[in-house]
Design a protein around this ligand. Sequence first.
Ligand code: 13P
Length: 251
Amino acid sequence: MRRPMVAGNWKMHGTRASVAELIKGLSNLALPSGIEVVVFPPSLYINQVIEGVEGKRIAVGAQDSAIESAQGALTGEIAPSQLVDAGCEFVLIGHSERRQLLGESDEVLNRKFAAAQATGLQPILCIGETLAEREAGKTLEVVGRQLRSITEAFGVAAFANAVIAYEPVWAIGTGLTATPQQAQDVHKAIREQLAAENSEIAQGVRLLYGGSVKAANAAELFGMPDIDGGLIGGASLNADEFGAICRAAGN
Ligand code: 13P
């Protein structure tokens, strides 16, 4: 049985004051048992969040990490080992905003993925197609290639200790959610691609859907057989809305 996960990606949002408010809201949530909840604050606020949610069933992760696992001369970056030292358990790798706006290539993302795993951080690998790619009928080709980049470099066993988030770029921050069936079709293809190499790993890996998930559509999405939870952007900035999404994953 895969344990459902709800992950909140706060992106580049927050101030010390608004983060304190959000921590207060999250701390008051009655989270369903049996699901894993993780939040990804901006790095600047990771310590504040880790201290603030202490004793709650909420894990903390980073939105990005460096290509090397150990600390060193790499201006502006944060080493996975430093994130572990701070108390992080997860890291997002390859969010489409970083692939598209910052030009992060599969090669760079492979290094980040491996560096994170080497320290014991669990990567959440984000993959997904643009609208143009979907309209050209290339969704599975694009997603398959992004996934293969990792399996060819490190073997399918890399996903024994990682999570995958399918986030169609056209659904992120647009209010345009993939239909449950559209999301399920891609999730099924991702699992089949992994199963062709190792069915046990394919059955065990959690596949999250991301892209305009909110309380109103979460239950239907999470009800699909290959959707094991969600990676939530905008709606994760509101504790009550995020709590409702968590409850949908717990049902
Ligand atoms: P939204 O939920 O705001 O569409 O963002 C999704 C996302 O990019 C999460 O990583």
